[in-house]
Design a protein around this ligand. Structure first.
Ligand code: PNS
Length: 166
């Protein structure tokens, strides 16, 4: 049986920290679905449209040669999408203890909604422990792009949006 996991998030935009988790998960699972879902706390606050974020996920996966991960999006609850797609495992990355409290409660809620679903936590690579999409967005606002934070593909999309490095 094909082992599939879902890696949900906002990915606004996808970073090398996300991609490190996807790369490692793709070695454990046959297929990883990188799925954009609505985060109610970020509603209306996204920098990139869902289509642009999907494009950056797909371009980054291609660039890094991760060929058993695909991008997807859905509205509504994560667990309901997983039921439709027969996916049983959620992958979440943890950077610091501060991530844990929120992620722990999300995992509990998802388990309450469907007891057959498991959330697996993967620790971030120490190189990316400070990295987040919001850091990338803030730096891009100053036209600061760093190749150790994002793929070349995302770099190009950020330059299109914010302009070339000064
Ligand atoms: O990258 P983020 O913003 O931390 O990702 C959070 C996300 C999108 C994975 C989370 O908000 C989510 O799962 N949203 C879908 C709605 C849902 O299923 N919520 C959980 C039950 S309250």
């Amino acid at each position: 049986m094909k082992r599939t996991a879902i890696y949900p998030g906002s990915f606004d935009p996808i970073t090398l920290g996300h991609l490190d988790i996807i790369q490692r998960a793709s070695e454990i699972f046959d297929h990883v679905v990188v799925a954009i879902f609505e985060n109610p706390q970020k509603k209306g606050k996204h920098m990139f449209s869902v289509e642009e974020r999907i494009d950056m996920i797909e371009g980054s996966l291609r660039e890094l040669g991760i060929d058993n991960a695909t991008a997807a999006t859905s509205q509504g609850l994560l667990v309901r999408y997983m039921e439709e797609q027969s996916i049983k495992v959620i992958i979440k990355g943890l950077r610091a203890v501060s991530d844990f409290e929120f992620e722990f409660s999300m995992a509990m809620v998802n388990k309450k909604l469907n007891d057959n679903i498991e959330t697996l936590f993967m620790m971030t690579d120490t190189n990316y422990s400070y990295l987040s999409s919001s850091v990338v967005r803030e730096l891009a606002g100053y036209r600061e792009y760093h190749s150790d934070l994002i793929t070349h593909y995302v770099h190009r999309r950020l330059v299109e949006r914010f302009g070339a490095d000064p």
